[in-house]
Design a protein around this ligand. Sequence first.
Ligand SMILES: *Cc1c(COP(=O)(O)O)cnc(C)c1O
Length: 472
Amino acid sequence: MSKQKTGIVSERLRREATTRQLFEQAKDYAVEYMQNVSTQLVFPEEAVVDGLEIFREPLPLEAADSYQIIEQLHHYGSSATVAQTGGRYFGFVNGGIIPASLAVKWLVDTWDQNAALYVMSPISSVLEEVCEGWLRELFGFPTGTAVGFVGGSSAATLCGLTAGRNRLLEQSGYDVNKQGLFGAPEIKIILGEGAHSSVYKALSILGLGSERVIRVPMDDQGRIITAQVPELDDKTLLILQAGNVNTGSFDDFQNLCERASRAGSWVHVDGAFGLWAAASDEFRHLTQGIEQADSWSLDAHKTLNAPYDNGIIICADREALTKALHMTGSYIVYSDNRDGMLYTPDMSRRARAVELWAALKSLGRRGVAELVEDLHEKAAYFAAKLEQNNFLIHNQVVFNQIITSDPNPEMTRKILNGIQASGECWCGGALWNNTPVIRVSVCSYRTTYQDIDLSVNTFIRAREEALKADRN
Ligand SMILES: *Cc1c(COP(=O)(O)O)cnc(C)c1O
């Protein structure tokens, strides 16, 4: 009796798994969303967010109808999203979504591959290998350089710093994999004051301490001041940056990587969105010398406009990376082919490299370069328009990032609130030299010059409204 009862759920799921209708419905909703995303509010209205309360129900005892599930999600969820795949989202550094990459993702989701091992998914293994080669070529990195596919730059940085830490300690005759950090020789960690918070997070997870570091002052663009980088040696982990999260600036790789290479230090580059500059003839000068580093972390979900979550760890020292992330078990069968889990902290993992492959194939070498150049051109246009309208521009717009403000800091805060409440565009805020600024990241191919004109008008209107409120 009880056996029969438990089979009912599986039977229903089996039926649903082979009927078109549910998936057609999801597809229709998705297409409808895509078609409306550039006219929907960039940030949802309060009433719509309040509508999400409907989801806060007790765990249901009984099964819900699958059509109702997707219907409920679309009805209450789609309008409560942040429209970052439209053209007027400039918050953080988020990027849009390349159509071929998204379409491929739908198909890959249906495959539900586990990218851990070749035997679990030959297709994933092969496309990871293809992407590894393509990225090496795109960035001009040494042959043999290894690439792993993780959730984001934070995870990628963790992998790069682990490989570096382990390699440096190994050179001192110490096996940190086996012995842990107890009694390990000290290593020196050097980074710029403008380092991203994910670097500190990785250092603290790795037992290297987020405070026990040498913080080199940055210049007015957020670049590490090269002349103030202390002596490097073969127990030094030097962390550099391609693309400061506020200004988009790049460190002096040529000089610092050469020094590090002579000294036997390990250089990790956080290139989350900026490393893509290396793919353009016009912008490659920003990353000059970067190929001499040891490891690089970046995202395909930012500048490249691949879907989330697409982080990439690149490491010139394949052995250091795989040794750092290695695991064994009697049931784990490594093959002569590429086994993706050798390059990542996780074992089970979705086949995200397929989306990266589609993005790169959809653009081609030329298209990646053009995308980078286009984002820059639009950022420069945006900054020029803001400046014409009496907003201060605090950075040289070398890439896709702008930091701007009103001359009056209190006014800047009010303007930012006004922009965020407008639903017309969305920008984030930050402190730059202890002054509130508005951060603008142009990082989606969806953004048009018209979107920028509209957004500049939103800035101007937010300022007028703040001034009016002040007078009253
Ligand atoms: C976004 C970003 C990160 C973190 O990347 P995630 O993909 O969000 O983990 C790290 N560094 C820089 C410079 C970034 O812009």
